[in-house]
Ligand binder design. Structure first.
Ligand code: ADP
Ligand code: MG
Length: 280
């Protein structure tokens, strides 16, 4: 079984040259890397070790086989005593977050296209029983700098595996995007990802967060109640269909939230996004 072999015998440094830093998160740093002696470029996510990879080889096998245009592909993994190395498809178009900041807000067509890409990726993950749990603009990357670039979901997989095997005490990384049932520490299911999609859709349409508050305690209260508004004047010119989608995603009861399949059929997603087609 080659994955197990690669974990056991080969070192990352034997196969790749490490390049410049591309980004970082709480427990990881992502670098560009190149297969030695070639110009084949990849990204490598170097993570502080949280669990023995060898013990989760089957699940890694599943992740390595995931193959979808809206998901950052994983190529292989290596481990040392204190780090995991995950080799990933390199994307070069920056984070959704960065485009939100530079553009302030998206046109509805752009927003619907972005949301359609994200939901398409989420649907694929869910169909393979992978729950992302940390969908937010920093974890959604443009494939290239072109205006028509596809979005790809990054930063999934190992955290899901880890949480499946090991009881995590931290409920989530970023409360602003976190579903009420996750905040409450209840058992939660795939539908928590669709709450995050609702938060992202809201931000794309108005430029600010739905549950923004001065402190975390107030933010938590708002999230648990699903207490958000379409404030005037920021929402005055947003279409009713767009608001309807946000309303059907930011639903406190996870069972009543739209599924990816239903959301992809929503009239705002089909109507707006299909006006614009990707150049593949
Ligand atoms: P963390 O789990 O620590 O948040 P991420 O997987 O989100 O780590 O990666 C951190 C940052 O690195 C991302 O926000 C992004 O800017 C960059 N990054 C991650 N994966 C890639 C990739 N495949 N190609 C290019 N940049 C990436
Ligand atoms: Mg991240």
């Amino acid at each position: 079984y080659w994955i197990a072999e690669s974990i056991k015998d080969t070192k990352f440094e034997d196969v790749y040259d490490l390049g410049k830093e591309l980004g970082r998160g709480a427990t990881s740093v992502v670098h560009k890397c190149c297969v030695k002696g070639t110009d084949q470029a990849w990204a490598v996510k170097i993570m502080d070790k949280r669990v023995e990879l060898k013990t989760i080889v089957t699940e890694i096998g599943i992740l390595l086989k995931l193959n979808h245009p809206n998901i950052v592909r994983m190529k292989e993994v290596f481990e040392t005593l204190d780090h995991d190395y995950i080799v990933l498809e390199l994307v070069t178009g920056s984070e959704l977050f960065e485009r939100i900041i530079t553009q302030e807000y998206y046109s509805e067509e752009q927003a619907a296209t972005a949301i359609r890409d994200i939901i398409t990726g989420v649907e694929y993950l869910h169909n393979h029983d992978v729950v992302h749990r940390d969908l937010k603009p920093e974890n959604i990357l443009y494939e290239s700098l072109s205006l028509n670039s596809k979005l790809k979901i990054a930063d999934f997989g190992l955290s899901t595996i880890v949480s499946g095997k090991v009881a995590l005490t931290t409920v989530c990384g970023t409360p602003g995007y976190c579903a009420p049932e996750v905040l409450k520490g209840e058992k939660y299911f795939k539908s928590c990802d669709m709450w995050s999609v609702g938060v992202i859709a809201y931000i794309l349409l108005c430029g600010y967060e739905p549950f923004y508050a001065e402190n975390e305690a107030t933010m938590f209260k708002k999230i648990l109640k699903g207490d958000y508004k379409f404030d005037s004047p920021w929402w005055d010119d947003v279409s009713d269909n767009a608001k309807d989608l946000v309303r059907k995603l930011l639903v406190v009861d996870p069972k009543k939230r739209l599924t990816p399949a239903a959301a992809l059929k929503h009239v705002w997603v089909t109507g707006m996004a299909n006006k614009k087609t990707h150049k593949d």
